[in-house]
Write a protein that binds this ligand. Structure first.
Ligand code: FMN
Length: 536
């Protein structure tokens, strides 16, 4: 008999089977690359958490539109070019035995895009978010605080037109479809914390006079419509969860009474679960609310209220630090699933340690380190990690922030290929901040001339070594042809995120030029965000 029978009882969010009731609640860590793609650090972080035995991981806060990204380190799901990284992330989590969920979001007022979209351009003094930033950043010196504050508040928000609302709703739907295509098991709409859906729900931030503002029904229209669009985009068999604000904890704010009605609306749309939260950035400016948020299980009562209002699985989170408390919440049927955000960041082994009765879980101390870092747009660390983990993470953060430039050299057995390698060596002589891949896409001809290719690769390697490129920075890849040399190279560029491609004047041998046309022209015409050097 396990010590925590309720916690380790399986659960189904149809059609997804969960091995226990433990869910990683979304925790934005600012581990995305500066261009919004999934970094090695992102993969490493979620892999470690998945390995610790959690049943389901909600990957935090992928933007649905460039205007909605919270930070340059937010993951993005707003374009197909993010699909390869997202697929790798979903696969990494699932391989370790956890269900993978992508949370999608538009930050509204809190987003860092060129244009800051809001339901109504409410002045910064009307909503006390400066107080929140001051509280969150209190450990920084005044100059650092000011740098962050001025970045956060200088933008003039723009009231969304109805046409822009419709465009953003479609962007949610497209991002959800991408989550599905990338192989995630579910998608979660971020409807908490004070981001765009909440900015519509709350009478404090929504002063519109049209169909999207005013009475509660109208204020719910935007999140209801976007949920409907997301459901339609992914189909009835793909679960759509909702991070749900049950109470803003503010005078004249979005309240539990309205939240119950909103939960019914979402239930009618057949969302898969509600992950219940309380409070927005503005609420946490209030010291009393801040104080309350340090209490164990401080949001459980909200989950219970919502669970009583609708017949949907409910996740509760918020300082559920011990398996004993998690077990009690489930035993008393106050929620169906337990969300752990910071506890799993502090100790990813929490679920496995609880399952096997180990009493050495490293607790989250609620010190605020992770939060203060991400509010300052810096990657999260945890004060509870041991030295080895801290050193490893800091190294990976450095690599994520200053990724080595990735260069692809398209190789065949021709002299042009050797010239491309020689030119690459000349241009990058002694550089230590690059990685170079020598890629050959096999053809019927080159398969017959394997030794010719090997020889050419050796020549290229020695030319690069002579130019002072470190040996470990050069890798050789020989690939079978899939759809054609040009297309295969283009796919490789997109999937692996090369910044520069180098090829001989026509990239392939003369016979192939005649057969396939100019590969180099094709590459030049079809690459985005990638420099192409044609040599020869
Ligand atoms: C650093 C940090 C980042 C967070 N990022 C997100 C997020 O991206 N999306 C979200 O819905 N909640 C986010 N949350 C809220 C958590 O999911 C969770 O509700 C809250 O931290 C309380 O749970 P915990 O005590 O288990 O951490 C974040 C919280 C912290 C501290």
């Amino acid at each position: 008999m396990p010590e925590f029978p309720h916690l380790f009882e399986p659960f189904i969010i149809p059609p997804v089977h969960l091995k226990s009731r433990i869910v990683m609640a979304p925790l934005f860590t600012a581990y995305g690359r500066p261009d919004g793609t999934v970094s090695k650090l992102t993969l490493d972080h979620y892999k470690e958490v998945a390995r610790g035995g959690v049943a389901m991981i909600v990957v935090a806060n992928a933007s649905i539109d460039p205007s909605g990204a919270l930070s340059k380190h937010s993951l993005r799901a707003d374009d197909d070019r993010f699909l390869p990284g997202l697929s790798q992330l979903a696969e990494t989590i699932k391989k370790e035995g956890a269900a993978a969920v992508l949370q999608i979001n538009h930050g509204g007022r809190f987003a860092g895009g060129k244009t800051v979209y809001v339901p109504s351009p409410v002045s910064i003094s009307d909503i006390n978010i400066i107080g929140f930033y001051k509280a969150a950043l209190k450990s920084l010196d005044i100059q650092q605080q000011w740098a962050i504050l001025s970045g956060a508040i200088h933008q003039q928000p723009k009231e969304l037109t109805v046409a822009e609302i419709q465009r953003i709703i479609m962007a949610y739907a497209k991002a959800a479809a991408r989550a599905k295509e990338a192989g995630f098991d579910m998608v979660e709409i971020h409807g908490g914390t004070g981001y765009l859906p909440v900015q519509f729900l709350s009478p404090r931030t929504n002063r519109r006079k049209d169909l999207y503002g005013g009475n509660p029904e109208n204020r719910m229209r935007f999140p209801v419509e976007l949920t409907e669009a997301v459901k339609n985009a992914v189909g009835s068999n793909f679960p759509v969860g909702y991070r749900f604000l049950a109470d803003e904890w503010l005078p004249d704010g979005f309240s539990l009474d309205e939240a119950r009605i909103f939960a019914e609306r979402l239930s009618a749309l057949q969302v898969a679960y509600l992950s219940v939260t309380g409070g927005t950035y503005e609420s946490f400016s209030n010291p009393e609310i801040m104080e309350k948020s340090h209490e164990p299980g401080y949001m459980v009562y909200l989950a219970q209220q919502i669970k009583e209002a609708v017949n949907l699985p409910v996740i509760t989170a918020g300082r559920i630090t011990t398996p004993e408390l998690a077990e009690e919440i489930l035993r008393e049927k106050r929620a169906d699933l337990i969300g752990l955000a910071r506890p799993l960041f502090a100790d990813p082994q929490w679920p496995e340690k609880a399952r096997t009765g180990q009493d050495n879980i490293v607790p989250c101390k609620d010190c605020g380190t992770c939060f203060q870092l991400v509010v300052a747009d810096r990657p999260a660390l945890c004060a509870q990690w041991d030295k080895a983990k801290l050193i490893k993470r800091k190294g990976m953060i450095k690599e994520m922030q200053n990724p080595r430039k990735k260069i692809l050299v398209a190789m065949d057995e021709s002299e042009n290929a050797a010239m491309a390698a020689a030119y690459t060596g000349d241009m990058l002589a002694n550089r230590k901040d690059v990685t170079i891949t020598l890629l050959h896409i096999q053809t019927d001809e080159s398969i017959k001339n394997e030794s010719g290719i090997r020889e050419m690769m050796d020549i290229a390697r020695s030319l690069l070594a002579k130019a002072g490129i470190p040996e470990e920075a050069v890798t050789i890849q020989v690939r079978e042809k899939k759809t054609g040399i040009g297309n295969d190279i283009l796919n490789e560029i997109a999937e692996s995120g090369y910044g520069t491609v180098v090829m001989g004047r026509r990239g392939v041998s003369r016979a192939q030029q005649i057969l396939f046309g100019s590969v180099s022209n094709k590459i030049i015409q079809n690459t985005k965000d990638c420099t192409v050097w044609i040599v020869g």
